[in-house]
Structures are given as C-alpha cells and as structure tokens.
Design a protein. Structure first.
Lengths: 360, 423
C-alpha cells in the first residue's frame, strides 16, 4: 500500500457553504433590500427592490430524486436560457432567476420542452413533500417518489395553475414517524398489526432495554422465548405505531397486507391568519396499492374538489373545515366518521367539543 | 446483449407515463449508460425496487459506515436481498449540507454530477427532508473518495443520528421583501459554531435548527425544528395608502373586506370610507395575511428581529409537538446581536446534552421538567407571549408569588428606563 493511500485525508470542516458564492448577482446586489413582488403568471415571480432592481424567477417541478442527466439538462437550460444560477425550494422545485423580463418566455418554453412543469406558485398545489420509501429507507411501509409521481400526475393541472382557494401542501410518509411532515393533506403509512418478532435475532441485534423504553404505551417487556433472551409485546396494549422497529429490526412492523395508508387533513405550517396546526385523521385502512394508490388517489381527489369548490379565497384546507364544521366535511367528502376519529392520546380532551356549538 | 440482463420492472414501468417528471426514467438512463461504473448498480437497484413493489416490503438495513474524522453524516444501506441484486448490495447515502438558502450555480451542480458519476450511483436528491443534498447510492469503498471530492469543492457532511442536524433557511434576504433578519447569517453562524456536535454525534437525540425570515415560515420551522427562528417586527407595519386604494379599486370593496379585513385574526384592520385602511398595530400579531395579499401596499416595520420557538418535532414518542415561544423578540441588527443568538443557541444545546434522556427531543425534555425550569436554566424571564393563556390549574405552590411579581415590576421599570430603588 502506498503511503498516500495509507494516510487518510483530513477533512476540511468547512461547515455550511457560503451562499454568496453561488447566488444570482441581482439577488446578491439587492440582498435584504427587496420591496415587493407580483406573479405575472403561474410559476413566475417578479421581485422589485427598493432601488428598482428587478428579478424574475421561473419555478419548475422536478422529480427530486434526479439522475445526473436530468441535472445536466436543467443546467444546460440554466446556461442557455437563464443566467447560470438556480435554487431549490423547500418542496424540491427548481427556480431559475433572470434579470430581464424577455428571458422568461424562452426559459419556460425550454423547460416545458424537456418535460418540466412550470408552476407551484401562489394558490396552486405544489410538489408533494415526501420521504425515501422503498428506494432507500430501512423501515419503509411503502414507496415515496413512485407514489408521489402518480399523485403529481393526477394534480398536475393544479400545479401549473393558481386556481385553488389557497396554497395546498401535500405530504406523504412511509412510516408513522412521518418524515414528510404536516400537510393540508398528508398521506401516511398507518400500521394495523403488532410487530412480528423473530426471536432468534433479538438478543444479538437489539439493545433490549432501549427498545422497551421506546414503546409509547409500555407494551414491550423482556422475555425468554425458546430459551433465548428476547422481547414480547402485549398485543392488547400495542397501538401498532412501529416505534420499536427502527431500534430492533427483528420486530417487523410491516406486512404485505397489514401496512395500510391513512389520509389526514388540515395541517398548516404558516402563521397566516390562524396559528399553525397539525393535520387530523380523515380515513384509515386504505390499501397500499403502489405504484398508483388508486384508492388513496380517489379520496385525495374528492377532498381537493370539495375544497376547491367550497372554500373561500385564502382559506387553507383546515381553515375551510373549521368554518364549515367537521360534520359538513364528512358529508361533503362522503367519508365515514368512526370512533377512531376520537383522539385517545395525551391531551385528547382538548380536541373534543367543549361547547354547545353544534353544526346542523 | 446488455438489455437481456436488465431486470423486468413492470410496476416501475407504469411510473414513466404522465406529465410529471419521472425518477424511474432517470434511474433507467443511469442503468443504460454504457460503460459507466454505476450502470450495473442501477440495474440491480431497479431490480430491488421492483421487488419491493411486488412484495410491498422494504429490503434495506442500516449498519456502520463513516468517513475519516467524522462520526455521522453517512446513511449506510445494505441490501437484504443482495443475493439477487448483488451490484447494489451497498447503497449508502452521503448527506451533504447545501449552501444556506439552497443557491447553486450550474457550474457547481455539474461538478457534483461529475463527482457522483465517478464515485457514486449518479442519483442525487435536492433535497432530503432534513435539508441535505442526498447523494444516494455509494459503495462502502467509494464513500471516502466521494466525500473527499465533494469536500475539496467546498462542501461538508451534514448531520445524522443523535447529533446537531443540517439546518434549513428560507430564501429570505436574498429575494423576499418579508425577510426580517439575515437568515443565512444566523444559519451559518450557529451551525458553523457547533459543527463538532454535527460531525461527532454525542447528543441524546437529534437537534434541528430552522430559519424562516417571517411568520409565513416557508421552511416549516415551528413544526419541524427543535429551535425555530422566525423573523418578525415590533413597530408598526408600513402602509402605503395610495397602494391600498389601488388594491381596493382593482378587486372591489366587498372582496377587500371578505378576503383581507375580515380574515385578520385579531380584528386589527378596518377599511375606511375613502378606501384607505386603519391598522391597530397593538392588536396585530404579525400573522402576515394582509401583507401577503396586499403585497405592494403593506410591509413589515423597521424595528425587525425574530422570535425563538423551541420544541417542534413529529410523532416519536410522545406525539407531535410544535415549537412554543421561548423568546418573543430578539434584535438581529449588529454582529453582537448575532453573537448573542449563537451563544443562546449553544446554551440550549448544552441544556439538551445535559438534561435530555436518551432518545428524547428537547420539546419533550421541556415538557418533562416544566417550562419554568427550562427558562430558569436559560436565564430567560417569563413573558405572557409564551402562552395562549395563563395556567388554568390551581395545583401550584405560590408562596413566592409576591417576590416574583416584584421582580416583574422591577424588570418593567428597567425596560422603561426608570431607576430601580435597590440600585
């Protein structure tokens, strides 16, 4: 072995890269000095600084998980039709900044010609914030990019328009940890059966006390099974959350049939009008029929249609439901309200109707 | 024929139609790149992914892979079905921190592509939910090489495991009129100062910072960050009455009332008979709705800064928590202001390191010890902006209430510039 190979390279702990090395010059020159913006058309932002400088941003949807060919194509477009500077939004849309209004149309044309939808601004349905799923996660109940691709095909028309009452943020998550986060609509894995334990592997694979400690309902206890130290689950207590699975892979929570999907609505990050909210359960036990999740998509579509037709301008999904009331929401969407919708977790009482305010 | 060795992918093939860009088409392009070192890996990756679609199960397991000098930042993935898909048996991810605000030149993106073609799978995600660039698909052997190459062009590993995590900041100052502080400066100052906690994981669990320049909170900080810095302002919002009149003339009075005035959560807006507006700034909570809608007419005030909220997280294990207000307002004008912020962030990380139980997020720790104990440790005074309403439970011992009230009045007097008797 050569000396160079034997001596590892010391990392250069540079930390967070300086954005000014990559930022569009108009953004750099007007840093902290912007005055207002408007949207000349869906997918395009026009910002004006206090000194009158202008910049146009064209936003396009991407698949997030990008091959180098895709990235190079997006770079070619950025070099030829924009000014070589891009950024990505929180929801994986790519943004091209240009300093001249007449660059916008050719840029849009070039992006559309390569199959990148222009939109995701204003009152549209933006790209779905999602997780890794079967492609890369070690505990996934379903896929992420695949099913999201199917969903985005379905809502494509609402990505390229700004015709929803307010912005719609959709998320998906492939386990109940919910890395996809809160959303106006969240489609999340919901396990339905307790873990299936491979007792031969527990002792060697899992740090048993920390697995016991991980359970939210204290349903796991150490046990000797077939003469081996293992863990057992009190299945009457178990809420099938899957919290034990990541620290103890032999406690398999997923099953071909038992891993189901649930749809939640009314989560909101922004502080605009109402305070931020968590999403709430609407329907559970939907089959995990990837790649297209037809049963899920049908309900998502129904909820979106009801929201679009009935919400007032600027009401987010949760605010709209707050106004019309949950009874009307369940009627309108033709979904069932069951005892599973009644929260039973810590603080549940605060989610109940402590008033005589009744919707008829 | 190379084609004959391709795994059949009937489920994935269905994800190539439709108007949205397809990542499957991208994976296939990589698989079909003649002579590329990653082509066999991507063929087997497609095979394993298709296998997951058919079995409705995942087949990756974790492990331990790291690069020299660092304890975290690599997400190791070993295939459980490597027998059938040997070329993708190791498919690790490098989490790499993006420039604050996610700005790139096409040049640097091309450099990243070249590096990842040489050492990795050719698949990159912009970005993961933590905010990292995810270089997905690397063998154990190539992980160090890929990191070295990325590090040489100025990029560093992000966080994973029980550690300080990669942060996110909104576009903010770079291109947004709502931005109330320099998000990128705060972001870089905090993360760079405590980089050791990111690269050598030693915390009880993860700790995340997120930076939003205004209460629209475009990086979802209140829900998702242990420490959320949300820009805001203390003085009156700015009103350009001529622009207000133009807005009303354009959309009509009824629409202005229905969509702006009545939607104010604290009834702080009023439309005058001459189509100008009155703002009750003492009642306004800076929710941003009217500024968002009447963008040209209304703007944040001049006395800008930020609120600090702490404790946001998702389900595990006590259920979802949102961040709650810890500091209603801090100034972020001078370098000293930013230094104070960095110092406070460090105190919070220290408190977390010393007091949190294993696998506990700081929101849970604060709930467990009680907010008063946390505030005392942080030397932060209680403030009515921290609560929706004061306590409703009488189960509290209040024999030092009068002393505490005296402290409050002293503090208020000092803030008002009065001399306090004891001094």
């Amino acid at each position: 072995m050569s000396e160079a190979a034997a001596t590892p390279r010391e990392p250069d702990e540079v930390g967070v890269p300086n954005p000014f090395n990559y930022m569009h010059p108009v953004l750099k020159d007007n840093f902290g000095n912007w005055d207002w913006h408007d949207r000349p058309r869906p997918g395009v932002l026009h910002h004006v600084s206090k000194d009158g400088a202008e910049v146009w941003t064209v936003r396009a949807g991407t698949q997030r998980q990008m091959d180098v060919y895709t990235i190079r194509t997006l770079c070619d477009i950025g070099d030829k039709f924009a000014e070589g500077h891009v950024r990505f939004t929180t929801r994986s849309n790519i943004e091209y900044m240009v300093s001249k209004a007449d660059m916008v149309d050719p840029l849009i044309e070039a992006l559309e010609a390569e199959g990148y939808p222009i939109g995701g601004t204003g009152n549209s349905i933006s790209m779905i914030s999602h997780t890794q799923g079967w492609l890369h996660c070690d505990i996934p109940g379903t896929d992420a990019s695949g099913v999201v691709k199917g969903l985005m095909d379905m809502v494509h028309d609402e990505f390229v328009r700004e015709e929803m009452p307010n912005r719609v943020r959709i998320t998906t998550s492939c386990c109940q940890i919910n890395c996809g986060g809160q959303g106006d609509i969240a489609i999340n894995v919901q396990y339905t059966k307790p873990p299936k334990i491979n007792h031969d592997l527990v002792a060697a694979t899992c740090e048993r006390p920390s697995v016991v400690a991980r359970c939210p309902v204290a349903a796991i206890r150490p046990a000797m099974v077939n003469g081996k130290p293992s863990l057992e689950v009190d299945e009457k207590k178990c809420i099938c959350c899957g919290a034990c699975y990541p620290p103890c892979p032999p406690m398999q929570i997923n099953g071909e049939e038992s891993t189901k999907l649930a749809i939640w609505v009314g989560g909101k990050h922004s502080n605009a009008r109402s305070k931020p909210t968590f999403h709430k359960l609407v329907v559970a036990n939907l089959p995990n029929n990837a790649p297209h999740w037809p049963e899920v998509n049908e309900i998502v579509k129904k909820i979106l249609v009801c929201y679009k037709e009935n919400a007032k301008d600027f009401e987010r999904m949760g605010e709209w439901i707050e106004r019309i009331g949950w009874p009307r929401f369940f009627e309108m969407t033709e979904l069932a309200f069951t005892h599973h919708h009644l929260d039973t977790w810590t603080g549940a009482r605060k989610t109940m109707n402590m008033s005589a305010h009744i919707h008829f | 024929m190379a084609n004959n060795s391709h795994h059949e992918t009937p489920n994935l093939d269905q994800l190539e139609d439709g108007p949205w860009p397809s990542f499957v088409t991208g994976l296939k392009r990589l698989r079909d790149t003649k002579g590329a070192q990653y082509a066999p890996m991507m063929n087997d990756l497609l095979g394993q992914l298709e296998h997951s679609y058919q079995k409705r199960m995942g087949f990756w397991k974790g492990g331990t892979v790291s690069v020299f000098g660092y304890g975290g930042g690599i997400i190791p993935r070993f295939s459980e079905v490597a027998k059938d898909y040997p070329a993708s048996k190791e498919f690790h991810t490098l989490r790499i921190m993006p420039p604050a605000g996610n700005h790139y030149t096409t040049d640097v993106l091309r450099e990243m592509c070249d590096i990842w073609e040489e050492h990795g799978s050719g698949l990159i995600a912009f970005h993961g939910q933590s905010g990292d660039i995810m270089f997905q698909g690397c063998t154990t052997e190539n992980t160090q090489k890929a990191f070295d190459a990325l590090n040489k062009i100025g990029f560093d590993l992000g966080g994973a495991g029980p550690a300080l995590r990669t942060a996110m900041s909104c576009v903010g100052h770079a291109r947004c009129e709502m931005s109330c502080y320099d998000e990128q400066k705060a972001h870089r100052a905090i993360i760079d100062e405590y980089l050791d906690e990111m690269h050598r994981p030693a915390l009880p669990y993860k700790f995340k910072f997120k930076f939003s320049g205004c209460p629209n909170d475009c990086v979802n900080a209140i829900h998702r960050a242990d420490f959320a810095l949300i820009g805001t302002w203390r003085d009156d919002m700015k009103v350009d009455q001529e622009e207000v009149k133009k807005y009303v003339a354009e959309v009509g009075r009824k629409y202005t009332i229905d969509s702006v005035i009545s939607m104010c959560p604290t009834r702080a807006l009023s439309l005058n008979d001459d189509d100008t507006i009155d703002v009750d700034n003492k009642s306004c909570v800076r929710c941003m709705h009217c500024l968002n809608v009447m963008n040209k007419a209304l703007s944040p005030g001049d006395d800008k800064g930020a609120s600090i909220l702490m404790g946001g997280k998702r389900s595990l294990k006590v259920g979802d928590l949102m961040g709650t207000v810890i500091k209603p307002f801090i100034k972020l004008d001078t370098d000293e202001d930013y230094e104070e912020l960095v110092e406070f962030a460090g105190e919070c990380i220290d408190f977390f390191a010393e007091n949190a139980l294993e696998h506990e997020r700081i929101g849970e720790t604060i709930d467990r010890v009680g907010l008063p104990s946390f505030l005392e440790a942080m030397e932060v005074d209680p403030d009515p902006n921290m609560v929706n309403h004061p306590r409703t439970s009488s189960y509290v011992r209040t024999d030092d209430f009068t002393d505490e009230a005296d402290k409050y009045f002293e503090r208020k007097a000092r803030e008002a510039g009065l001399t306090v008797a004891a001094e």
